[in-house]
Design a protein around this ligand. Structure first.
Ligand code: GH3
Ligand code: MG
Length: 315
């Protein structure tokens, strides 16, 4: 309560205590604002005519002090009864208006109404926060592959577009790998789909662990196909990453009795493509097509190997 007249303050305090509210009192506007900052009250009862700052000015300043989303109900207490005063009280940020001498019943009713609004507002705030959290989680989930937990095709597409544009702007090379598990159909046929799924998870984890730079991205591109985006990486760098991935998957030593006779374990083949996108060249799919074509040649060349668009196959 911000009220300079002691008799009125004492009377209203008494009425408030009767309905279970413990008031704290400031005797002028400046002290009232300080008390507001210190106490964070649930409700402000504010006299209009006071020495120094009047109630209108106090209300204005309190509204300025509140952060976005914050709101403390303000009920003006006044002997003034003109429509203009009421209008001004609401305009400066007040919520309601009580005429002095304050009726005990009206005070109790208005305080209750404010409490109800405050509770609803609080519930809404909690709900909004929960909704925000759920939305964030949904966004995260919608960009991840359900089986392997690594980025999905959708995130891959977004990242490729973004990195393609960046490479265009900066005149830097952009590399891409398409990795495909060798003879995976036979792996599934031999060990069952569930073991196949576990194998894909292990492959995804392993590919992701091979990447070192924060801007690199590996995504599940299709069934047993993984795509890697390597920003600001030339063909030599991309071939190194591809070879590291190939070796790492072979190094997992996941038994595959129908794999090529040389290995006996799960392996991947990879197609590598690198481009420095020309300005105005908007079709990022050309990079995918080139990597796909290289992948086809790696498969054709005997699997468990790497091919690139311009260099001869490694391994
Ligand atoms: P290649 O060496 O030429 O790549 O032969 P491949 O058998 O790996 O290729 P193909 O495209 O003939 O078969 C891919 C198989 O991958 C078909 C399907 O059984 C399996 N596959 C695709 N997605 C999944 C998946 O999510 N889980 C499991 N377990 N298997 C999958
Ligand atoms: Mg395959």
């Amino acid at each position: 309560m911000i009220e300079d007249t002691l008799t009125s303050a004492t009377l209203v305090s008494h009425q408030l205590r009767k309905i279970g509210i413990e008031p704290v009192l400031a005797r002028d506007g400046e002290k009232g604002i300080e008390l507001f900052k210190k106490e964070h009250p649930d409700l402000i009862l504010l006299d209009i005519i006071m020495p120094g700052l009047d109630g209108f000015e106090v209300a204005r300043r309190i509204r300025q002090l509140e952060q976005a989303g914050e709101w403390t109900p303000i009920i003006f207490l006044t002997a003034r009864t003109s429509d203009e005063d009421l209008e001004k009280a609401i305009a400066v940020g007040g919520d309601d208006y009580l005429i002095k001498p304050v009726s005990e019943i009206v005070l109790a009713a208005k305080v209750r109404a404010m409490q109800r609004i405050a509770q609803m507002r609080h519930a809404l705030l909690i709900l909004t926060r929960k909704l925000d959290d759920a939305n964030q989680e949904l966004t995260r989930l919608s960009s991840l592959d359900g089986l392997t937990g690594i980025p999905n095709r959708r995130q891959f597409d977004e990242t490729l577009l973004r990195e393609w544009r960046r490479a265009c702007r900066q005149g830097k090379p952009l590399s891409m790998l398409l990795c495909d598990v060798d003879s995976f159909k036979q792996f599934n046929d031999a060990y069952g789909h569930q073991v196949g799924d576990e194998c894909l998870k292990a492959v995804a984890r392993c590919l992701q662990a091979t990447l070192r730079r924060p801007a690199d991205l590996v995504a599940r591109y299709g069934g047993e196909e993984f795509a890697v985006i390597l920003p600001d990486t030339d063909l030599g760098g991309a071939l190194l990453v591809a070879e590291a991935m190939r070796a790492a998957i072979e190094g997992l030593r996941i038994t595959h009795r129908h794999a090529g006779p040389a290995t006996g374990v799960v392996t991947i083949s990879a197609g590598v493509a690198t481009m420095v996108p020309a300005r105005g060249h908007t079709d990022s799919a050309v990079l995918i097509r080139q990597a796909d074509e290289a992948l086809y040649r790696a498969k054709d060349g005997g699997r468990n190997r790497i091919a690139s668009t311009t260099l001869r196959p490694l391994n």
